[in-house]
Design a protein around this ligand. Structure first.
Ligand code: T4K
Length: 369
């Protein structure tokens, strides 16, 4: 894979710095269960994300699973079909029925205008995803949730440090989940976090991520093991200071890509709405020609050892485990179907050579012409 260009590359701190962290862990003889590194990272991230409350996890999926448990949701949850499998799987693992809502063509996030007609007596929450860091219509969704007494959860896996209208993205909704997987801008090797506004949730979330253990003599909830370990937290402590520079390198790359691709017809670039900052998590284009052209470009790039990704195709509602749901039936999600055929995420990470962007633009131009 050495000569390959991948869709993303993780940030690595210097080996010496990480080794220093390891030495401290070795001398502490402490590897998990709310260790010193975990505590330090929680404090640093709380400040970095301007979070009211935060809990760290071993990955984003378990964090989302716990978020749903913590809100005691039942029945149906209205959600988007245009996302990574984890978003919907956590509903299934919580015995909830996903109700797929179509998406907004521009933002590719859940279409708030379609939510209300999907609400039934069984609906308890809305689960939105800030896809590629493009924020959902957070104000409009909150308004619907307030009027119908629903909880709002956001999968913010792609929206690390995003600010919307001057507020951190996790200030919106009841709980937001961040993923710290290596493919994410900020990572801890594997990891994740929940950020939430109600301090009363903190204790319940902490129990739920630690088997429900209250003390040596009491287990108060059917919890799970969602704890972040010290090796992960140490990685996070050393990656966090690198994030801003990586974001600014990616911003330059995005600008370069944008200029290169601007001249090519049939290609548009995913943009953020006014008032939102860019997490610089992904660089995604949309191809008017749909799946046929996209596949050609994908294959041509691959021939040159450049690996793009069709995030997120196929739609979740087309997976065999969800395809029988009423909301997944043919014709119900026309916009999501179209969008899932148009998107292609191109290689995007700070150290990507601009000459590769030239090469990518050339290949794309050849195939859309
Ligand atoms: N919600 C959303 C919206 C998500 O996007 C995700 C995760 C989640 C929830 C769940 O959060 P976690 O439980 O993962 O914290 C990858 C990631 O595994 C996944 O975390 C991520 N979304 C998703 C969008 O991408 P794959 O199957 O595409 O991964 P993979 O192994 O093909 O890696 C992608 C590229 O990154 C490859 O070209 C290689 C490169 N890579 C990957 C790893 C792991 C590296 O260069 N180094 C590495 O260590 O899912």
């Amino acid at each position: 894979m050495n000569n390959s260009t991948l869709v993303t590359r993780p940030l690595f701190p210097s080996l010496d710095e990480y080794t220093e962290q390891l030495k401290e862990i070795w001398s502490s003889q402490w590897l998990s269960n709310n260790g010193q590194k975990h505590q330090q990272l929680e404090v640093e991230l709380k400040e970095y994300l301007d979070a009211s409350n935060i809990s760290l996890f071993n990955n984003g999926t378990i964090a989302l699973l716990v978020a749903i448990q913590s809100l005691r949701l039942q029945g149906e949850v209205i959600t988007t079909p245009f996302t990574f499998p984890a978003t919907t799987h956590v509903l299934a693992w919580n015995n909830l029925t996903p109700v797929f809502c179509d998406i907004d063509y521009e933002r590719m996030t859940i279409d708030y205008k379609q939510i209300e007609k999907l609400i039934t007596a069984k609906t308890t929450a809305i689960l939105g995803v800030h896809v590629y860091g493009v924020p959902c219509h957070v104000e409009e969704i909150q308004d619907i949730a307030d009027r119908h007494g629903l909880k709002v959860i956001y999968d913010s896996a792609h929206a690390f440090s995003t600010v919307v209208n001057g507020r951190p993205i996790a200030a919106y909704g009841d709980i937001s989940m961040f993923s710290f997987h290596p493919t994410k801008l900020f990572h801890t090797g594997e990891g994740g976090a929940l950020v939430f506004n109600d301090i009363h949730l903190k204790q319940r979330i902490e129990y739920l991520k630690n088997f429900g253990i209250k003390n040596e003599n009491e287990v108060v909830l059917p919890g799970i093991n969602g704890k972040m370990g010290e090796l992960q937290a140490a990685m996070g402590l050393k990656v966090l200071p690198l994030v801003k520079e990586e974001q600014s390198k990616r911003a330059k790359l995005r600008e370069y890509y944008t200029n290169k691709l601007a001249e090519i017809g049939g290609v548009s670039i995913v943009k953020l709405p006014q008032g939102a900052t860019n997490s610089e998590q992904y660089f995604c284009i949309r191809l008017k020609g749909g799946d046929e052209i996209r596949q050609k470009i994908y294959d041509a790039l691959k021939e040159h050892h450049i690996f793009s990704r069709k995030y997120f195709y196929p739609l979740i509602s087309d997976y065999p485990c969800y395809a029988n749901l009423p909301s997944a039936q043919h014709g119900k999600l026309p916009v999501a179907k179209k969008v899932a055929q148009e998107v292609l995420c191109l290689p995007f990470y700070g150290d990507l050579d601009f000459s590769i962007v030239d090469q990518i633009a050339e290949i794309i131009a050849k195939h859309v012409a």
